[in-house]
Design a protein. Structure first.
Length: 434
């Protein structure tokens, strides 16, 4: 039984007793009866006023509670002219204004944080209380190459294999740097924040590729320039000496002249090979900015096919071209892209070695080129080292082929990847969309 019901019952009982007393007085003294009736009427009026005075604040409090329950912090009450009630109204209005301001400030901060997360160049993965993916920002979507809708509600282990392997092992408060397919370098950090009194984790992913490549480029450019300077000075002097020594060939005894000529030619050839060796390294350093113009990719691929055909036929390797009928025009430096694609095809041919296939597939939507071979593939321990300057698995390799490919594609703004596909074949994918 609430307070309002108790008050009404009490008023009814009291006035019922007064009415009973008035009835008995009617039989005794009519003047006293009239006085009792006036008393009852006055009592009713006072009771109604007290009822209004007592329960108006309660109604106010109840209305305020309903507003707070509905999270409506815009409703305020107007003073009614009663001191006690007006004090309550003032306290309530100040409280509701403070709550409204705090709620607005919290909403603004939350909105700002959400905007920062969405616009951040760093990938951010928020985990829920069960350490499943709760949300993922666009940068992380781009890094992982999957949409947020596919990942929300799943554990970290459901990410693509390489990402799952790297992110799962990151411990709280620790950072971990890794390279994906030898191309992109990332650093991830795992930390916690408080949400509704409980701890939740998040993973921050930063891409370090550009900074690392810039530092690498500065380092090997300096080394190559120094080596080129020293080697060219040495080979120039040696060439001059060898040319002078050739003058004395006629003065050598007949029976020794052939050995002398052979030894001299070996020295000349080795000196020329050394100059060519250094020139290959210098080409990476002297790579100019791309001179872009509209190029039909199909024509470029057909030209490379004709160029590669003798070597492919010698190795009994079949190149399968899958090109769209409609011309695909891409702004690029034709000479640089021809060199890059030629190196990719040569690497595919050397991976196949003999009696295999190379598939060249060109797509228009999205514009991308995929070169796939059924060679031995790339060993797991080698993949992180791909595109690293001067790294090569070939006995006579110089380690500049993939480096030059990387420099050309990145200067054009084309994204690329080198990894096994679903069939286990090695696929080099070049995306022409920046």
């Amino acid at each position: 039984m609430n307070l309002r019901t108790k008050f009404i019952l009490f008023a009814v009982v009291v006035h019922g007793l007064l009415a009973a007393m008035a009835y008995f007085l009617l039989q005794e003294n009519k003047l006293l009866f009239i006085g009792m009736e006036v008393l009852v009427l006055v009592s009713v009026i006072i009771t109604v006023q007290l009822y209004s005075a007592f329960f108006k604040p309660l109604n106010l409090i109840r209305a305020g509670i309903e507003s707070i329950r509905d999270k409506d912090f815009s409703t305020k009450f107007v003073p009614v002219g009663q001191q006690e009630l007006d004090e309550l109204v003032d306290v309530y209005n100040r409280m509701i204004e403070q709550l409204r301001q705090e709620r607005v400030a919290q909403a603004e901060k939350h909105f700002l944080l959400a905007k920062i997360i969405q616009a951040s160049p760093a990938g951010i993965i928020l985990l829920d209380f069960d350490n499943n993916i709760d949300s993922i920002n666009p940068a992380a979507e781009r890094f992982i190459n999957q949409k947020a809708q596919q990942l929300v509600g799943t554990p970290l282990g459901s990410l693509p294999e390489a990402w799952a392997r790297e992110l799962v092992q990151v411990q709280l408060g620790q950072s971990h740097t890794f390279r994906m397919n030898g191309i992109r370098t990332y650093r991830c950090h795992r930390a916690q924040f408080i949400d509704r009194g409980f701890q939740r984790a998040f993973i921050l992913i930063e891409e370090l590729t550009e900074a690392i490549i810039k530092n690498e480029r500065q380092a090997y450019e300096k080394v190559i320039r120094m080596m080129s300077h020293e080697v060219n000075n040495s080979t120039g002097a040696i060439n001059s000496i060898l040319d002078s020594v050739q003058f004395y060939t006629s003065q050598i005894a007949e029976d020794q002249r052939e050995d002398f000529t052979y030894a001299l030619q070996v020295a000349i050839d080795r000196n020329a090979n050394l100059s060519k060796f250094m020139a290959n390294f210098a080409d990476v350093v002297r790579l100019p900015p791309p001179n872009r113009k509209q190029v039909t990719v199909q024509d470029l691929l057909h030209r490379l096919e004709r160029l590669m055909q003798p070597q492919l036929a010698q190795r009994h390797i079949k190149m399968c071209m899958r090109l769209p009928d409609a011309p695909l025009l891409i702004p690029m430096d034709e000479q640089q892209m021809e060199q890059a694609l030629l190196n990719i095809l040569k690497n595919a041919m050397e991976a196949v070695q003999e009696n295999g296939h190379i598939w060249v597939e060109l797509q228009q939507h999205p514009a991308c080129l995929t070169i796939t071979d059924d060679g031995e593939g790339i060993p797991e321990h080698v993949r992180p080292q791909l595109f690293t300057p001067f790294f090569s698995t070939k006995e006579t390799g110089q380690g500049i082929g993939l480096t030059m490919i990387r420099e050309i594609l990145m200067s054009h703004g084309f994204s690329f990847s080198l990894a096994p596909n679903s069939l286990g074949h090695t696929a080099f994918v070049v995306s022409f969309e920046s």
